[in-house]
Design a binder for this molecule. Sequence first.
Ligand SMILES: [Fe+2]
Ligand SMILES: [Fe+2]
Length: 234
Amino acid sequence: MRHIHLQTTVGQAVAEHPDLARIFEHLQIDYCCGGRRTLGDALRERGLEPQTALRVLAASAGARFTHEADCARLTMPELLDHIECTHHGYLHEVLPRLVGLADKVVVAHGERHPELARLRELVRLFVDEMQDHLAREEAVLFPCLRELAGGRPGFWGGLEAPIQMMESEHDESGRTLREIRELTDGFQAPADACSSWRSLLQALAGIEFDTHLHVHKENNILFPRVREMLAERV
Ligand SMILES: [Fe+2]
Ligand SMILES: [Fe+2]
């Protein structure tokens, strides 16, 4: 097991010890889009004493209590397959029913809960942006990365621009999810919420956690590995 220290970036720590993702979720430490910060800074920002918190994290990192895949050990084609099967597959299943569910909740409760109209807007925005994003990765970027990993010759220097575009779209989806979290008070259902409203919040909480892992695997494992391969080819 690789040692983690205060200078380790949050993204590297989760790449090496996937079980830390769940702990960072509880501590509300951003390990996907904010994965380049050091653990020391991230812990301090959450008001934790860094040395003590680090000892707790290091102890937890050794104990496997989830079944999160150890993506840092996968080859690039295996990692691409894993991301598509696990995270894209999940989103393809859950996103299409999300807008209908949000519409239903607004019709039933929008009058007494005006904040639901904004929630529906954010849900639509997230669904539209994420569906476009998945389509671009699946149709363009990932096939190119499979060819790169297979050693095919090509103009690989041109990959930097689409990767940066994917990273900035990850930031955007992260912002939308944060606004959804704030608006719903951490996905909590009010006392008068019906079962559709509860299902919507439950689905959104699941999507938030899955998207954090998904973006972490792309930003902190996949893209750095592609950049390393590109640098070796120069
Ligand atoms: Fe993806
Ligand atoms: Fe992505």
